[in-house]
Structure formats: structure tokens, C-alpha cells
Design a binder for this molecule. Structure first.
Ligand SMILES: [Zn+2]
Ligand SMILES: [Zn+2]
Length: 275
């Protein structure tokens, strides 16, 4: 029995910090943003609400329960990554002198760009009718998402999302701080995409220099209308593949007439979800 209890103890030693990190970053980001929305609601955020529809209490409860489950799956993935690093499968280093700060910054930018591509294409895959019911239905039960929907995934979707980091690490050595910054960026952009309120400047709609950054309206439209806007951080892939919502930029500018057209789209989508 001793070896088994030793193995369990060492597994717990690796897993428990990951559990705190993954569940913790979800709770901090989602609760933090929910609090910001509440505090600044009357100060102007109410005017930036994207949809007329509101999430119900049971929607929020489902979003939290399924997101916490994803947090646990991510933490098991994190434990596997630590184990892999301890056994030389992945290179995660902590010495700043090893590759320099320039490499650290570059590797963080590269992992974010690669993750956006991974997200876009796996997201398109999960929308295939054969895969959708098993991989992605839970996420789309939130037609008007809240920040708590950030990790509201079916179990297969959670594993597919988790797989990105170990795949990346097979090829690219990362500083521990770089990985932490990537994780932090990922969850912050994720909860922002589900805020239900436009948090980005409306000028992004027409900005030549920054129009490639996804505003909250981008992912909100994905939830509301289902068939467009598959990207996570950037608009590149949607524009390249012709999947950007035709009214995204109009909606981001905040023009009520276009909002009404999207609402009609969205109502049709809700009817489809309910059936
Ligand atoms: Zn989707
Ligand atoms: Zn979403």
C-alpha cells in the first residue's frame, strides 16, 4: 500500500497548485469582471449592453458549474504538463538568463497568435453537425453570455481546449512566467468576450491599425447568431475565411437599426436552441 499512497501524495503535490491556479484564475477573472460591471453599470456600462436579452439565474448557475468542471480538467492537464516537464518531455525554464527577455516576450506573442489559430480551427470543427452535440452544445446554451460562461464547456471541448498547451510545448520551450502571462491573457480576454457589454472602444470598428483586435461584440455575436465570428482574440481568421458576421462592424459602432437586425437573427437562433 505504501507505494500507492506515495504515488497519490506526489500526484496531489503536483495537482493541487494547478487546481488552485486554474479554478482560481477563472473565479478571479469572472467574479472580478462581474463586480466591475455591477460597480460601473450606472456610470455608463448599461448603455453599452450588447443584447436586449438577459441571462437567467439558471443560465448563470449552469455557466458556473460547467466552468468549474473545466477548471478541474485544465488543472489535470496542468499536472500532466508539470509531470512532462519534470521528465524532460517539455522545456519549461525559470532562469531569465537562459534565453533572455527578448525570447520570453516573443514566445508569449507567438503562443497567443498560435492559440488564436488553434481556437479558430477547433471551433469550426466543433460546429460540424456530427461533433457539435458532444463538444459544443453546452457553450451555446448561453445565447446571452455572462463572464461566467468563459469555461462553460462540454467535457470533450474542455479536453480539446486543454490540449493546445502541451502540443505547443512539444515544440517551443517556454519560461514559466511566459506560460503564466499567456494563461492570464487567455482568461482575461475570455471573460471580456462573454461580458455581454462592449468593453472595447467602438472606434475598433473602423480602425485601420487596431481593427484586428476582437471587441466583445465579436464573440457576443457568435453566441447570439451562431454561424459567424469563430475567432478568439483577433479578427484575422474570420476575415480571411469569410466568416466574420456581416453586421459586426455596424453593431460595434452601436447603431440601433443594425442592432435590431441582429436581434432578429438572434431571435431565430434562440428558437433553434429551444427546439
Ligand atoms: Zn461556437
Ligand atoms: Zn463563448
Amino acid at each position: 500500500m505504501q507505494p500507492l499512497s506515495d504515488a497519490l501524495a506526489s500526484f496531489w503535490q503536483i495537482w493541487s497548485p494547478m487546481l488552485i491556479l486554474d479554478v482560481g484564475r477563472y473565479l478571479v477573472a469572472a467574479c472580478g469582471l462581474a463586480l466591475i460591471l455591477k460597480l460601473f453599470w450606472n456610470a455608463g456600462l448599461s448603455r453599452r449592453k450588447i443584447q436586449a436579452r438577459w441571462a437567467s439565474r439558471s443560465d448563470v448557475r449552469r455557466e458556473i458549474v460547467t466552468s468549474l468542471r473545466t477548471g478541474v480538467i485544465f488543472s489535470l492537464n496542468g499536472a500532466a504538463i508539470v509531470y512532462g516537464a519534470m521528465n524532460g518531455i517539455f522545456t519549461i525554464y525559470t532562469d531569465f538568463d537562459k534565453a533572455g527577455v527578448g525570447y520570453l516576450v516573443l514566445s508569449v506573442v507567438a503562443i497567443i497568435v498560435a492559440h488564436d489559430a488553434y481556437f479558430y480551427w477547433t471551433h469550426r470543427l466543433m460546429h460540424l453537425p456530427r461533433l457539435y452535440p458532444y463538444f459544443h452544445r453546452t457553450h451555446h446554451r448561453s445565447v446571452a453570455p455572462t463572464p461566467f460562461a468563459a469555461y462553460a464547456f462540454d467535457i470533450p471541448e474542455a479536453f480539446l481546449m486543454a490540449a493546445f498547451t502541451p502540443l505547443w510545448l512539444l515544440f517551443v520551450p517556454m519560461h514559466g512566467l511566459g506560460l503564466f502571462l499567456f494563461m492570464a491573457f487567455m482568461i482575461v480576454r475570455n471573460v471580456m468576450g462573454h461580458a455581454g457589454v462592449e468593453l472595447m472602444p467602438r472606434a475598433l470598428a473602423d480602425s485601420r491599425w487596431f481593427g484586428w483586435i476582437n471587441a466583445t461584440t465579436h464573440h457576443d455575436l457568435h453566441h447570439a447568431t451562431f454561424h459567424h465570428n469563430y475567432g478568439l482574440y483577433f479578427t484575422w481568421w474570420d476575415r480571411m475565411m469569410g466568416t466574420e458576421h456581416p453586421r459586426y462592424r455596424e453593431q460595434l459602432r452601436g447603431r440601433p437599426a443594425d442592432g435590431a437586425a441582429v436581434a432578429a437573427d438572434s431571435a431565430a437562433r434562440s428558437a433553434a436552441v429551444a427546439s
